[in-house]
Design a protein around this ligand. Sequence first.
Ligand SMILES: Cc1cc2nc3c(=O)[nH]c(=O)nc-3n(C[C@H](O)[C@H](O)[C@H](O)COP(=O)(O)OP(=O)(O)OC[C@H]3O[C@@H](n4cnc5c(N)ncnc54)[C@H](O)[C@@H]3O)c2cc1C
Length: 481
Amino acid sequence: MQETGTQETSPHQTSPQETSPHQTGPHETSGTETDVIVLGLGPGGEYVAETLAEAGLHVTGVEPRLVGGECPYFGCVPSKMMIRAANVIAETRRVPLLAGTSSVIPDWSKVALRIREEATDYWDDKVAVDRFTGKGGHFVRGAGRITGPGQVRVGDVTYTARRGIVISTGTDPAIPPVDGLAGTPYWTNRDIVQVEQVPESLIIMGGGAIGAELAQVFARFGTKVTIVEALPRLLPQEEPEAGELIERVFTAEGIKVALNAPAARVTKHGTQFTVHVGQGALMAERLLVATGRRVELAALGVASIGLDEKARFIRVDDRMKAADGVWAVGDVTGQGQFTHMAMYQGDIAVRDILGHGGACADYSAVPRVTFTDPEVGSVGLSEAQARAAGFSIRVGCTQVPYSARGWIHKAGNDGFIKVILDTERGVLIGATSAGPTGGEVLSALQVAVRAQVPVTTLRNMPYAYPTFYRAIEEALKALDK
Ligand SMILES: Cc1cc2nc3c(=O)[nH]c(=O)nc-3n(C[C@H](O)[C@H](O)[C@H](O)COP(=O)(O)OP(=O)(O)OC[C@H]3O[C@@H](n4cnc5c(N)ncnc54)[C@H](O)[C@@H]3O)c2cc1C
């Protein structure tokens, strides 16, 4: 449970209080008047609630499931533990090309145990609840519904906020209306992080970041994996080169990739799922649905405070304000569904609530990383987005295997760096860094985009030899070609 709330360590590494003096339930009436009600304690809400409580406000945090939210229990952390294990397997399999002989017998039980013991405490949030209450927060277990300005109902208790409400209720897996799907025992991310044995075969519906990451994990642990993607390429949010790269790598690893293949119907007979796509049918023991996320605003009662309950997300201004006395942070705002965005927005909301001012939200350099091998990191605008926005651009691209470090690295060196230059201002407005440690290489590009570093400056500095990030210099040179 890391990188969430104000805590950047696992729950085992904290020193939680033994008791939760401020914990109340929906059926208790104590402490129903409060300064701020925080609805949903994922990374965004947990950060806001803890920071405001530490600042001395009376904060009531409401959470029906697990304090910490999607990231530590069902998302980032368990999936990255899976990826770390799968990458170790892949590296071991590369030994024959570079260093001798190797053999590896994958054992999922180690991954399953690590997720249970180190990441999720067996999906128990006691440590996180204690951390919040230890900072003076008042915790309510239950789903909240806004019933009017400053009012939230949980069960049969109404809580009243003097200063306001923060909505940080995140997203749920979006299940597409595919004929037959609803009646089957398909998995979502919340199921797959809990599996104790890898399936013999797996169809993944959705070739975005979550689908792609998990496809590679399970394939490396021996599952026969097929990805079914309705659009013409994998990672549709990213540059086309990224999707093509990942498709090539996946195919080489034995993952079947079906593109332009919207699922038309799903059936389940015995131990077999059948997914009908186009004229064909794909079969597997398990089906994972990873087709995006959805926000359910009507159930939150947002209409009672004048917000559009049919909207896809809650619209906020650059201080996270959605209405008078209402702030929203995280996935529910639709500004990039990442833990770092939830916490970034959380910080802005906290400053606004406390009247501290400071910088407003700036989304010009939002980083995103798909943790496949190779990793795909990107920031700012893609080439297509930049053209659509009317920028006059030049594009530079270089292949990682042709760089000194990529060539030395050899096995597993696929990747590229692509930069988008705004020719009028002479600054980068977007970049993609795919390759080994592509997400780390991205950091230099993120600074360049965010700080609008003149491309002349980027070109006039030495890049350490032979690093992966040195390939940025080649991508910049390619702007002139
Ligand atoms: C498989 C997977 C992998 C991911 N990997 C990464 C990654 O590597 N990096 C990254 O940055 N992001 C990643 N993400 C995304 C990341 O998990 C989310 O962006 C992040 O959790 C969003 O935080 P949040 O606070 O907005 O919402 P959430 O984490 O969704 O938390 C919202 C909370 O609100 C609660 N809630 C809902 N309704 C109510 C209600 N009515 N009343 C009270 N509480 C309510 C929910 O129970 C939940 O706990 C991943 C997601 C998935 C699914």
